[in-house]
Ligand binder design. Structure first.
Ligand SMILES: Nc1ncnc2c1ncn2[C@@H]1O[C@H](COP(=O)(O)OP(=O)(O)OP(=O)(O)O)[C@@H](O)[C@H]1O
Ligand SMILES: [Mg+2]
Length: 405
């Protein structure tokens, strides 16, 4: 759909040198009229364009609202059972409850018996899940090649070494394990405070091995698709088998593998079912070598110990806050592209940033750059870092958020 109208021709003015004054004046008058017409025409076009722009703006804001609503509310999956005259009979997954719900004519047109839809708490259909964008695709992120490399990670040499041995070697050198006669670890669990590089490490491993990287966030799984968690876990392992060699990465695993709580709400039961499915997939996963599993959490304290049994996540790797050398390395990494003053000493900044995580150091570097820009400079100095540090610690007071892990 193209909206660009053709522009009116530009009027030309021919003034002959041997025209009389009157002739010239007449020509100029005519030209003036032509130009005025063109002006009016352009003004009309501009008016049209403005009104189209405002229509589009409205459309964008409607879509944004819709998008927000989709993001913020819990959605449930249901299947369309039957279309009556102007209503739809739905069957909710998970509890198999049947409900009759109203739909807009626009949506009614699109629906067919058997369609999978996402509904909200009041059974209003929010979106139709077509074959390609079914729950599987929505919850799992598959990337053939994550961007992160080992060089981008600062201060976690030992942890990287351990992850490589446990995840990469079984994929690239399975014979190493066969020769020695041991089973490679089943699953690797990375745990530590937020922003210390756990997700980065999982991505770097995937990058290094050419394996398909399948990422699933535990929280997505249980918040958005109640009634679907267990099925998604099954799908996840199936998908990995189809795409092997593959690395399954379950981020925020605490969301599906928390200690059993006393309350018996349906949400808890759902989380339980999802976790049981994960355990059974891992237990039935004896043919090792082409699929590796990594999980990460910053809530180690919350984890149900059942997932840590041998044969499940039996290799625990702590990813702590960086020490002074780690901090210096991380600062180097995140200032690689920055124009730093030659005398700036990142070692000194590393000294002053005890307790900072990688993510915090990254934002410190960015913040320092902002100070330089504000000051009209293109070079970032030690003072900028000091100012940024002061700003960050002011923002954080009275107390740093407590790290749970
Ligand atoms: N060790 C590190 N080296 C370099 N950059 C880091 C490091 N740790 C964190 N970062 C920076 O912080 C960002 C966030 O890190 P990451 O997502 O890996 O944290 P995480 O440990 O997974 O945190 P969470 O527990 O909140 O998921 C990274 O994209 C990176 O820019
Ligand atoms: Mg993470």
């Amino acid at each position: 759909m193209s909206h660009s109208p053709s522009l009116p021709d530009r009027p030309t003015l021919d003034l002959d040198p041997d025209m009389s004054e009157e002739e010239r004046l007449a020509a100029l008058r005519e030209h003036f009229i032509d130009v005025s017409q063109v002006h009016d025409e352009l003004a009309d076009q501009l008016e049209d364009a403005r009104s189209r722009q405002s229509d589009l703006r409205e459309e964008v804001s409607d879509l944004q609202e819709e998008n927000e609503a989709l993001k913020t509310s819990s959605l449930y999956i249901a299947t369309v059972e039957e279309l009556t005259d102007d209503q739809v009979l739905l069957k909710q997954h998970g509890n198999n409850q049947e409900v009759l719900t109203d739909v807009s004519p626009r949506l009614y047109q699109k629906l067919q018996a058997g369609d999978r839809v996402a509904i909200n708490d009041s059974f209003a259909i929010q979106t139709v899940l077509d074959q390609e964008t079914d729950a599987r695709a929505q919850a799992m992120e598959i990337s053939e090649k994550p961007e992160v490399r080992y060089e981008d990670i600062g201060g976690l040499e030992e942890q990287i070494q351990e992850v490589r041995e446990a995840v990469e070697d079984p994929l690239t050198n399975p014979e190493k394990f066969q020769q020695v006669g041991i089973e490679p670890p089943s699953g690797v669990l990375l745990y530590g405070p937020p922003g210390t590089g756990k997700t980065m490490m999982a991505k770097a491993v995937a990058n290094q091995t050419d394996a398909t990287f399948i990422k699933m966030a535990g929280s997505e799984l249980v918040q958005k698709f109640i009634g679907e968690g267990a099925r998604l876990v099954r799908d996840l392992f199936e998908l990995a088998a189809e795409r092997e060699p593959a690395i399954i990465f379950i981020d925020e695993i605490d969301a599906i593998a928390s200690k059993r709580t006393e309350s018996k709400t349906s949400g808890d039961a759902e989380v339980q079912r999802t976790m049981m499915q994960l355990l059974s997939e891992m237990d039935g996963f004896d043919q090792r070598g082409d699929i590796s599993i990594i999980a990460a959490t910053n809530r180690f304290d919350m984890l149900d110990r059942a997932i840590l049994r041998p044969g499940r996540f039996d290799r625990l790797i702590e990813v702590p806050e960086p020490d002074i050398e780690g901090r210096e390395r991380i600062l180097e990494i995140h200032t690689r592209k920055m124009n730093l003053a030659p005398e700036l000493d990142l070692g000194a900044i590393a000294e002053d940033t005890e307790g900072f995580t990688g993510a915090e150091l990254e934002s410190l570097a960015t913040e320092s750059g902002m100070f330089a820009i504000r000051d009209g400079r293109t070079e970032v100095t030690e003072t900028d870092f000091e100012d940024a540090l002061e700003k960050v610690s002011r923002e954080e007071s009275p107390g740093k958020p407590i790290a749970f892990y």
